[in-house]
Every structure is written in structure tokens, then in C-alpha cells.
Design a protein around this ligand. Sequence first.
Ligand code: SF4
Length: 706
Amino acid sequence: MTEKKVFNACQHDCPDNCAMVSTIVDDRVVSVRGRKEHSFTRGVLCGKVKNYDQRVYSEDRILHPMRRIGEKGFGKFERISWEEALSAIHDNFQRVIECNGPESILPYSYLGHQGLLNGMHCGDSFFNRLGASIGERTFCNATASKAFRLVAGPSGGVDPESFAQAEVIIMWGINMLSTSMHHSRFVIEAINAGATFVVIDPVRTRTARRAHVHLQPKPGTDVVLAMAIANFLINENLVDMDYVNKYTLGFDKFSERARQFSMEFASEITGVSGQEIRDLAVLMSKKKALAIRTGVALERTANGGDAVRAIAALPALTGSWRVPGGGIFQHPQGTFPINRDALANPDFVEDGRNSVNLFDLASALNSDAHHPIKSLFVYNANPVIAAANQAKLLENLCREDLFMIVSEIFQTDTCDYADILLPATSQMEQKDLMYSWGHYNIQYNHKAIEPLGEAVSNTELFRRLAKVFSFDDDVFTRNDDEIMVESMIWDHKHMENISLRSLRKEGFARLNVGDAQTRMPHRLGEFPTPSGRFEFASSQNETGGGILNVYRQGVQDEKKYQAIDALPSYKSNVIPDDGFVLISPKHHYFLNSGYTNFNLDSEISTKQMVMINTTDAEARGIKQGEKLRLWNDLSEICVFADVTDDVISGVLVVSHGYWRRHVKGNTVNALIRSAPSAIGQGITVNDTVVFIKKDERKALSHSHFG
Ligand code: SF4
């Protein structure tokens, strides 16, 4: 018997990016634990991942290439060899290129894997070289990151670990205990030292229950709340004018705009009382160490980018950046020196290449689309559950002239529509370098075991594809170690004393960005904006609509999007009298649409629940657990009532991530349209309007899941 310990890092789309150590006995994973030495994750893994070995050895793994043998959508496949699979893909792509041009091929992927090697960019070089349409992956953070850059530049902001030094902490639009649980340690440290903990969220989440103060604005109105706070601070002379004068730009214009957001107006629009808003503003101004973290929920409305800009303005007004633990954390933008050009190779792309916003895959697959898509290659993604307008998408995925390849670990709902299924490895079967979007540590994920069956890593998948297409550029023959070397800018100041060799040995390293206890990144301004100042009025508003390269296969957009207002503004969402706003946050037990298939013993994955306010339920005679239907002009879904005061009146909550095969029908994205936001072209799912009725029918008839 041989036993060894291997350092890993969680690959999932989760900001915590936990440091792990796996125990391997005779090339088999027998346990996975957290690493206590890691300063952020401190030895604890979440409930989803702590039994990771069960995921690796699940009977449901896809372990061999397969070819569809039944109707599209029915999920029947037969085993084939890798040679046959690659040959089928090659023949189809060649035919499509000859008949329709390469832009009729569309890659579809996102952050199903977060590694620098096997994650978002793993297929970019191949598809950029092939001439395929560019997939715009604006599912998450595209709006918030763009908005934050417009005012603060690509700043990593206040260190999440510095929250322990804060005197006031605001979690704005983030359910930390479900989606970034390790950050709570730092928040608790601050609370124990006397800090006030504030949560702003329309839902009384697990996190909100722990807060000293909980404000529940209506979805999409956060910009109004933030601008009203700003207006109050300005009117009451609670602004740190020394900081504003020295280190910011556009204060006068911003002040003038803020005047439009009176307390009365804000109270009416947000549903939060004027007194609560005033109290929060005073609290923020009285304590210098104000730390704000914005969550991904915030950006998911038409007003999301403006909300981020307005919220980011608050610590600049209060001068909170002057002290450790003061400022705002949105995302560690610009902190990890990733060499994205080496990963994505955008130079392969000629000007004017067609691009498709992947959230709107349903429309992109219309036969009469501008560039009709004939081949779709899905990896690191589950569009049937994650993209807009599910009903239309399913209809288009059934197109007989559409050839679809899916690389996956488990047979998801998306796989059921594939022509070719390819087996993907888990993180234990591949090596990778991992960055984080929730802290400042870089990590090395060692390959712990050999791949199961015929599964291959994404890097190997695209090496094999490049070979069958005879792409002889150096970039396609790099092994994983060579990709690692090229993936980072190792001589960047943040990488001082960090090398690939040291990462291999230690497993992780904190970037050289200063000590969390004393770090003050913008004490003297030094914002990475064109002016070097915090820009209350964005000087780059002309390009505000464009998408950051990272969400576009590394390729600059063509400035095809419109300029935006230099200052935050508010647009109201039209909600009919009998309508509700539907929000669809992450589920506590799922990881987007991952791990849904590991909760089948209970009703967690099989019963799609809707949170509805008690008053709204009583007005409609709706009882706890009752079967309901939510509907709008796109489609309808079956849900079960969770009658509660945890959600405000007029708002419904259905988590995303349920699978159609488990709930035997549509999931929440069937009700969601694809309208992109003006800033960064992100998704606006939390603007969804639906209606509710009791379900008098038995069950959704759905032939595919009979
Ligand atoms: S999903 Fe997140 S919290 Fe869970 S182990 Fe992975 S990184 Fe940690």
C-alpha cells in the first residue's frame, strides 16, 4: 500500500478557492481536507466539497466518449473511441467551415472550472485560431467589474482579510454564509472587536440573520439607496473633503446628481424608510474603518452597474481608504498578474469577427440569426440551466442541422442534446494554477490521481483537437507545465518571492500586496484610473458599454456598444399590479448547477421552491408547500410555496441551479430574458417580472423526462 498527501485547490466557481490536501492510497482519493495553514480558508471546506472523493468516484461520471443514438434531448448514447469522436468533430467542423464559414461554429463556456489552465481560457486559443464566433461570457461580474473600473480603475480594493480591522462592515447584495463562507471569520473577528455588521439584501438570508442592521431594498434599487446616502452625507457635511479634494475627480457633478436622490424619493423607490437610510449614513460617517463588499447579486439588474459605481463612491466620500480595513472590495481586479494573452491568444482573431452573447444562446441558435450557428461546442458550462429563455433554447438545441459537442463530468441536462459527449476530468485528475476572486492567494492544484476511464483534462482536450486540425503553432503543443510558466507574469511586483517551484512545493502563496493588518491601497489616492483619482464622474464613459477582454476570449470588443452616462442614474422597472419581481440567487446546497445531482436523497434538488412573502401569500390564499405556477410571456415553471417573511412583499425568490431532469420540468431560467445591461453587457436576471397562480394540474408533461 502506498499513501501520499497531495496539495489541491478547489476548482469551483466560488470566491473562496479553498486550499485542500487530499490523501491518496494506491492511486485512489480516500479523503479531502482543508489546509489549516491557509490564511483565508483556514482548514475548512464547505459542505458541498468536503466529500469530494464521492464526486470523483460517482457512478454517474462520464468516462468515455459517446455518440448520440436517440432523439435529441432524450440523453441516449453509445460508447465510441476518442479517435471516432475527434474524427466526427473534425469532419463536422470542416463541413461547416466550407459551407457556412468558421463563424458558424460557436464555443460555449464559462467558469465551470476556475483554473488558469482548465478554466475560462482553456479553449480560447483553439477557437480563436479556428475562426469561430467569439463567445461573450458576461454571465457574472462583467457589469460589476466594468462599473468598478469606471470609477476606481482595476483596483483590488480593500483586502478581504482586512475586514477584521473594520469598524463598520456592509455586505451589500451578498449572502456571505452561503457563497463566501470563509470571509465570515474576518467579519466575526471585527464584530468581536466591536464592529457593526450591516447587510443590504431584499432577502433575510442566513447572513442577514447575523447582522446588527438589515436593510431590504427592492431589487434593482440599490443605486437609489447609495445615492441617497451620498446626498445625505454631502448635505450634512459628513464628507471627508480633504480626501475628496486631494484624491478624487468629479465631486461637484456627482453632488449635483446626488441631489436628485432625496430621502423621500429613495424611501419610496427602495421601500427602506428614510430613518433607516439616515441612520446608516450617519453610522458610515462616524467610523473611519468602513468596509463594504459587493456581491454578484447587485449587478444583475439594468441598474446594477450604476449601483456598483454609486456604492463605490461611499468610502471615497467618507475617506475610509485612509485606514486599514477601510474601503470597498468588489473583485481582486488587476491584483493577480495573469498573462491572459498567453492563455487566450487574441492575436489569432481578425477585426470584425462575429461575436455572440452566450447568455442569449437561445436567440443565437435561431436558424435565421445573422450568422447561423451550425456547430456548438460546450465545455465548463451547462447552458440549458444557465442561459436565458430555456424553452426557446431547448427548441433550438433540437435543430437537426445543429451539431453539438459537450465535454462534461456528469450527464447534465445540456448533455442530453449533444451529438458527441466527451469525458472530462475532475480536479484530482489534472494539474492547474488557481487564482481567486475572493482573496489574494495563488494556488497550485497538483494532479492527485490518474484520470478515470478515458477522461481528459481540458488542456489535453484542446491539444488533441488542435492536432486533428493540424494547428502547428507552438501554443498548441505546450504541455501543462509550459502553459503554467506562460500563464503568469512572474516578474510582476505582486509575485515577488513566488515561483512555480515554490507554489508546487507549498501549494499556495499570498501575493505580495502588503500585510492585511496595515494595508491601505488608496490612502493617498493612487487609483489606477486615467486621472489617478477616484472618478465620481467616469472619464471613460464613452467606452462604458463595452465588455472587458477577460469575458471575450481575450479579444477587444469593437466599441460597438453605446457610451454611458458619466454619473450613476436610475431607471425604473415596470411591474404590473399583479406582477412580482423574481430574483434567482445561488442555492445554499448547489454550486450554480453543480452538486444538484448530489442532493437527490432529499427534496432539496427535486422540489423547486419559491419564497413568497406572507402577506402576498395570504392575499392569494396560498398555503405553505402548495404547488404553484410562475409564468410570464416566455414560459412557466412549477414551484412549491415557501411562505415566509424573509422576503419583502412583491418579490419572489427561486434559486437557480435546479436540473430539469430532477424537477421534471422547466427551471427558473425559463422565465428569464436576455436583455443585457448598459454597462459591460451583463445579465439582468433580477429584473424578471412574473405572475403567480395555483397549480391545478398534476405535473408538467414533459416527454423527455417522462
Ligand atoms: S466550493 Fe468554495 S467554499 Fe466550497 S470548498 Fe470550494 S472554494 Fe471552498
